[in-house]
Write a protein that binds this ligand. Structure first.
Ligand code: AMP
Length: 437
């Protein structure tokens, strides 16, 4: 639809601008871009400690990859994809990053580069959900995928790495729920048993659960509906369908988590509703978030995904995905949003405009020497420039006019205590005063 020239545009519902300073929109507090960068830095630092390396995949992916990779029957694929068609090609804005990472791994034969690839990502995802607190249409995820190993220590590393990110940011109010889904054989048998158990109660189930009963009964285990939860108390238990090998594997994982001081809650109802998930499943929650959107992150082992999207060889993998907006909600409740100082080292106040070229060169010299430098760009009065220097929080101010230029010295004022130093107008002399080693 055409907008008239006078009509102003606004960001799309469920999407947000991250501004230089903290802001708010639709009742949502949005941290400033500096805090985002700092949080992302910590995320990256933690993942790098584990030897994970970054992968950047496109925002646009073939719809088929996501449909197969996540599963036709999931909410994401059945109703939440931003998908479109252009010249006979079907595109989707990625709703998550696991399937894209696996696609890239297979496409570029990354198994030949390393036997185990630890790939982390950080970036936007898109889901056409009803926007509400903690649930947006464009949101950001970070996560890791360990591809090429079925060793349970990989599962433990992934969980530990995830928890370490939150701890590194000062969030300790964490609840880790874990479960085992068993191997390829266990799931179909359990699915069948659950279906047979629930069928007689089909009329009592919500419309969604009735649909799931036919299409994807494991998802019913996630239900928050009190009547359904009551029914499920007597339902067959997944653990009874799991092989001894899977149980041993699960015990080993729990022991490893204990060895690194990670508390967990075993939750037999925790399922990742997709057929390609096997063995380990986990979710990280926090009471710092509202109960409806309390999940900070989730993940598990997905040994069957690769073959689902076309791999010839069995390619075991395990990973987690975490929401950055939810992380910020937790940081806000905990009062832990990182403070970032973006104020310039120095503000150059110009008394006259005669020395314009000189001023440009002076500021450039300072910047080249690594000093962050702000300088008037509007031809304002000295008083107005001083006010601006205060507003931007400049740590030092230097006032330069004709006299200073000819004497090649000026007074450098330290704003914190008002002290002044006469300094030569050279970056080499000013730098050490502005940026102490
Ligand atoms: P999922 O891929 O659904 O397991 O999501 C992994 C994590 O991404 C969740 O635990 C949330 O933290 C976050 N997340 C998922 N969907 C959204 C959304 N629509 N808005 C904000 N965060 C989301």
């Amino acid at each position: 639809m055409k907008k008239s020239p006078s009509e102003s545009f606004r960001s799309i519902k469920g999407t947000f601008d991250v501004l230089p300073a903290a802001s708010s929109a639709d009742g949502r507090a949005i941290a400033g871009s500096g805090a985002w960068r700092r949080v992302e830095q910590v995320v990256v630092e933690v993942m790098q400690r584990y030897g994970a390396r970054e992968i950047r995949t496109p925002i646009l992916e073939p719809t088929g990859l996501i449909a197969r990779g996540i599963g036709q029957l999931t909410d994401i694929v059945s109703k939440e994809m931003f998908a479109f068609e252009r010249e006979d090609t079907h595109y989707v804005l990625r709703p998550e990053v696991t399937a894209p990472v696996m696609r890239a791994y297979l496409q570029h034969h990354l198994d030949q580069e390393r036997s185990v690839q630890k790939l982390f990502y950080i970036g936007p995802c898109f889901r056409a959900e009803r926007p509400q607190k903690g649930r947006y249409r464009q949101f950001h995820q970070f996560g890791v995928e360990y591809i090429g190993t079925d060793n349970v220590r990989a599962d433990a590393e992934v969980v530990t790495m995830m928890v370490d990110v939150y701890r590194a940011l000062g969030i300790n109010d964490l609840r880790l729920r874990v479960n085992t889904l068993g191997d390829e054989e266990a799931r179909p048998a359990f699915k069948q048993a659950l279906q047979s158990f629930l069928e007689p109660y089909a009329d009592e189930l919500s419309e969604t659960s009735q649909r799931r009963l036919v299409e994807n009964p494991l998802r019913i285990l996630d239900t928050k509906n009190p009547r359904e939860r009551e029914l499920l108390e007597d339902a067959p238990s997944l653990i009874d369908f799991v092989s001894t090998a899977s149980r041993d594997r699960y015990s080993a994982l729990l022991e490893m988590l204990e060895s690194v001081g990670i508390h967990y809650i075993e939750d037999p109802f925790l399922v990742r509703g997709l057929d390609y998930y096997t063995e380990t499943a986990f979710e990280l929650e926090s009471d710092l978030l509202d109960s409806a959107q309390s999940a900070l992150a989730g993940g598990g082992r997905y040994d069957l995904l690769a073959t689902e999207i076309g791999a010839k060889n069995h390619t075991p993998a395990v990973g987690f995905a975490a929401g950055i907006e939810r992380l910020f909600l937790a940081l806000e409740s905990a009062g832990r949003v990182p403070a970032v100082d973006e104020s310039p080292d120095i503000f150059v106040v110009l008394v006259d405009s005669d020395g314009d070229a000189w001023a440009t060169s002076f500021a450039h010299q300072l910047r080249s020497a690594g000093v962050s430098c702000d300088i008037d760009l509007s031809g304002r009065s000295v008083k107005a420039q001083m006010r601006e220097a205060n507003r931007v929080g400049a740590r030092h101010v230097i006032v330069i006019g004709e006299n200073e230029r000819s004497a090649k010295t000026a007074k450098l004022k330290k704003m914190a205590d008002g002290t002044e130093h006469e300094v030569p107008l050279s970056a080499d002399d000013i730098r050490p005063l502005c940026i102490p080693d």
